[in-house]
Design a protein around this ligand. Structure first.
Ligand SMILES: [Zn+2]
Length: 258
């Protein structure tokens, strides 16, 4: 029992540290900056951030959410991503124990988390994660027993065909891009990781959330009708839910519709 608590705490701490790194990815990947160099610096006064100002969550609290040197506000996203990653790692440990599935799901739920924020903040889904993730998902499927490589391949292919079809339909009907190329590359990753069946459910659920939030944003918050939704963020949110509950949701779906 005590050893369990130790592992859970360790998973959470690792999550906090990785979350700090994911903040760097969320900031730098959309700007096509090098992710290793230079060291973290304040974007306003350019002062390099000393390690003791860079401790996940704790530094944010001690600095009262401001750069120590110039007083610029540090976005709340920094501690939020750190905490979310902490809980994400903890949940992966709780669900999968120390196993191959644990490592696999940590990697991909982390990719989904980073893509959630890059799309939300910049409307960008970086190729490093979408294309890189697709290749990784296909490669790792050779080691998996739940999604075979052929399912991984077909999942990616069907996802691509559905989104490229939707892309051109939208272009013809509205004369503008409804889906971005980033979304098309992203669905290949989702298909390659989850296989075709779960991917289709993820598309359906993300679309429902997309329509609901479009109605909310346009009619209740009175934004422009052509407000661009972060569809990649919805795909990310539903994908993270599917990492943990995908099997249950698929079984429930099949029992209702078959
Ligand atoms: Zn500063």
């Amino acid at each position: 029992m005590e050893i369990e608590i130790f592992w859970k705490f360790t998973a959470f701490l690792f999550g906090l540290v990785f979350g700090s790194f994911f903040n760097v990815l969320i900031y730098r990947l959309p700007k096509e900056m090098n992710i290793a160099k230079p060291r973290s610096f304040c974007p306003v006064c350019k002062t390099p951030i000393p390690w003791y100002h860079n401790i996940p969550v704790i530094s944010y609290i001690f600095l009262r959410g401001k750069c120590h040197f110039c007083g610029t506000k540090i976005p709340i996203r920094y501690p939020v991503v750190e905490l979310l990653t902490g809980f994400l790692f903890l949940a992966n440990y709780k669900f999968f124990g120390l196993s191959f599935t644990f490592v696999l799901n940590i990697i991909f739920s982390s990719i989904f988390l980073v893509l959630f924020f890059t799309d939300l903040e910049e409307r960008i889904l970086p190729d490093e994660l979408t294309i890189g993730g697709s290749i990784l998902a296909l490669g790792l499927s050779f080691l998996r027993k739940d999604v075979f490589w052929i399912e991984s391949f077909i999942g990616g292919l069907i996802g691509f065909l559905i989104f490229i079809g939707a892309y051109f339909l939208f272009l013809k009907a509205k004369n503008k891009e409804g889906l971005g190329w980033g979304d098309i590359k992203y669905i290949i990753l989702i298909g390659a990781f989850f296989g075709p069946m779960k991917m289709l459910l993820i598309i359906i659920l993300s679309s429902i959330i997309g329509v609901a939030s479009w109605l909310f944003i346009v009619f209740l918050m009175k934004k422009e009708r052509d407000y661009e939704l972060p569809f990649g963020s919805y795909l990310s949110l539903v994908s993270i839910i599917f990492v943990f509950y995908g099997d249950k949701i698929t079984i429930a779906y099949n029992s209702v519709f078959r």
